[in-house]
Write a protein that binds this ligand. Structure first.
Ligand SMILES: Cc1cc2nc3c(=O)[nH]c(=O)nc-3n(C[C@H](O)[C@H](O)[C@H](O)COP(=O)(O)O)c2cc1C
Ligand code: SF4
Ligand code: SF4
Length: 251
């Protein structure tokens, strides 16, 4: 069984690829949360995996909130996480291991895929150049068979890239990140054609169309899917996204 979250498709691609290769059931965390699905049956020797993007050198808050409520009818034989990140994840693996522990679950392995960056919410951070995105996707695809084999063999792997000052980034910035997350800066420009794509792609169902224009309703995780998938590039995040490009996993 694989639980996953994704805004812009990187983590969805990884989760789906692993699920298809290992014939594991896929559960999209926001949907399971909406349905109140927290209790699951596991096959004997069943594995449990979690796939999600790194947000501010930590697991996304919605993943942490969900995992704490999870319950299985038997102990999984192998619990693994696979993260996608633009650069590095600090000590996100340790934070997640602690969150799993609260649900009585161990953590045996952490796999890592460096993929195109999606974060556009601060003025000094933007998406990768197309050739870098392309290279990251090719490297991630090439890494998949090794990860799938690792999961199949239940290997105790730790491959998260920590980056510089990981303790500071995870414990000081990362752990307070969710307090700064807000959809207030989002707005649509005159290029909006009322197509409703932003409504469809929002994993948290946080957007409604009002008079043909998107309205953000205050339950946002700043995954930036609405910004990146808009076919008109008509969504901006305050001044921070000005002049930046769009990216989503090419599906
Ligand atoms: C809110 C937010 C915070 C992020 N923080 C980090 C980070 O701390 N380190 C990093 O390397 N990438 C970071 N990224 C980049 C994403 O982790 C990366 O692009 C990921 O693959 C996106 O996954 P998705 O396409 O499944 O949504 C962040 C992206 C967002 C939207
Ligand atoms: S996706 Fe873009 S063009 Fe379509 S409704 Fe949303 S803001 Fe408007
Ligand atoms: S409103 Fe936009 S940034 Fe916020 S959760 Fe939805 S798609 Fe992601």
């Amino acid at each position: 069984m694989i639980f996953y979250f994704s805004g812009c498709g990187n983590s969805r691609f990884i989760a789906k690829s692993i699920s298809e290769a290992l014939d594991e059931r896929l559960v999209f965390i926001p949907e399971a949360e909406r349905n109140g699905d927290y209790d699951y049956s596991l096959a004997k020797d069943g594995r449990v995996g979690f796939v999600f993007p790194i947000y501010s050198w930590c697991p996304p808050q919605l993943v942490a909130d969900y995992v704490k409520k999870l319950h299985f009818d038997r102990q999984p034989s192998y619990v693994w996480m696979a993260v996608t990140c633009g650069d590095n994840g600090g000590y996100a693996d340790r934070v997640f291991a602690g969150q799993l522990q609260e649900a009585g679950l161990p953590m045996h392995a952490c796999y890592c895929f460096v993929m195109p960056n999606t974060y556009i919410n601060m003025s000094f951070m933007g998406i990768d150049k197309p050739e870098i995105s392309q290279r990251k996707i090719e490297t991630a695809k090439a890494h998949l068979p090794e990860v799938i084999q690792g999961i199949r063999d239940k290997k105790p792997v730790m491959e998260l890239k920590r980056g510089m000052f990981p303790k500071f980034k995870t414990n000081v910035i990362g752990k307070s990140f969710h307090k700064w997350v807000s959809d207030e800066p989002f707005f649509s420009t005159g290029s909006c054609i009322s197509c409703g794509k932003c409504v469809k792609v929002c994993p948290l169902q946080n957007i409604t169309l009002e008079n043909g224009r998107p309205k953000w309703n205050g339950h946002c995780t700043n995954c930036d899917a609405c910004y990146h998938y808009c076919p008109q590039h008509a969504i901006q995040f305050g001044k921070a996204s000005k002049g930046k490009g769009q990216y989503h996993f090419p599906e």
